[in-house]
Design a protein around this ligand. Sequence first.
Ligand code: LLP
Length: 443
Amino acid sequence: PDAAVRDDHGVLHLGGVAATDLAAQFGTPLYVLDEDAVRARARRVREAFESAASRHDGAVRVYYAGKAFLSTEVVRWVTAEGLRVDVASGGELAVALAAGAEPSRLGLHGNNKLLPEIDTAVRVGVGTIILDSLVEIERVAAAAAEAGTVQDVLVRVNSGVHAETHDFLATAHEDQKFGFALTDAAAVVARIREHASLRFVGLHCHIGSQIFGTAGFAESAARLVEVHAELLAGGDVPLLNLGGGFGIAYTTNDDPTPIEALADGIVDAVARECAGRGIPLPELAFEPGRTIVGQAGVTLYSVGTVKPVRVSDDLERRYVSVDGGMSDNARPALYGAHYSARIASRTSPAAPALSRVVGRHCESGDIVVDAEYLPGDVAPGDLLAVPATGAYCYSLASNYNYVPRPPVVAVAGGTARLIVRGETVDDLLARDVGVVRSSPEGS
Ligand code: LLP
């Protein structure tokens, strides 16, 4: 993890706080978020895109994609670092507003925004709404007319470029739920421009997530600029939003392009296309999520059991069970995602042993780290740290097996502060209207 160091006793420190102290004070499992790491990363990403755009006398806006990890505290950190916030539901919007975020600096996404969500967004003055279907044009237009405002909207399109971690694929046709076909964009925009309560401000495209290279973004941008240029015939198009998706290293096997090089490569590609068509460079927008928070988070677990399993004649694997699992990190089960683990409470001279860190849920796919060499003497009571869990772990957490969701603690400058409290068994029972006896655990 960023800024992880061990003290003289071999205890891992996070943001200057001993992992053992964190576990003693807040319990495990525990999500630990390094405030300085989030802020530094937000700043670095914003500056990377600003500097890339300024080389072409252009402007850029960077939205933090809240779906990666959202809490009021995190909204305040990233907005203080000059980022806007992208929300993808009424719930995410509520968190951003509860944090005190300026509504005009929010963008609202979703392929099926509910009427009350649209209504709220328009009424509070959300800066941009990204439209995803024809019926949504009418819904947002009606809500804005009703509220007596003019709503800025973007149109989400598919560039046909699909980026994967190491590669990208360009196709002519899309078969997925998001956005409009690029070939339909002109007709869609014409419809939007018929509404006095809507102002079309630009195209939006998001090609995927955990992308390591520039090529897919550049190819997508070239396709978008072509349509963007056509749309200029019908009026002003001040913005072009290229989404998020910048990859991070989860383990030492991952080698993403540094954000500065990505930003330069993408912005240069857009500028080149614009120059080639003799049109001005629009203001660019980006929506990074994972790259802001991913590496700033560490999950602490306690080891409960260690079970050697003979896999074959020459292979033994330790199954190291921890007190969390797929309810606090669904990514290995959902995407086959890889993480690493280390003992946080001590160092050990013991020889490394092939280990699989597993959770406590009733599924054999409940894996936290599929393969890791942990010290052979790993034992119940050891604390394990799993780095790079800041993105899409807390936000994808569930109550599977009625396991309460862990608290989130922010660490900075040697102090720890609770930013989201953990759930209790009483929380879990609170919505069940048939409860006849309160939980033995109490609250
Ligand atoms: N903008 C849009 C429109 C998006 O759909 C997403 C992510 C982002 C921005 C931010 O992407 P990022 O920079 O964080 O990669 N649960 C999956 C990732 C889903 C991403 C969904 N959309 C995972 O854990 O890998």
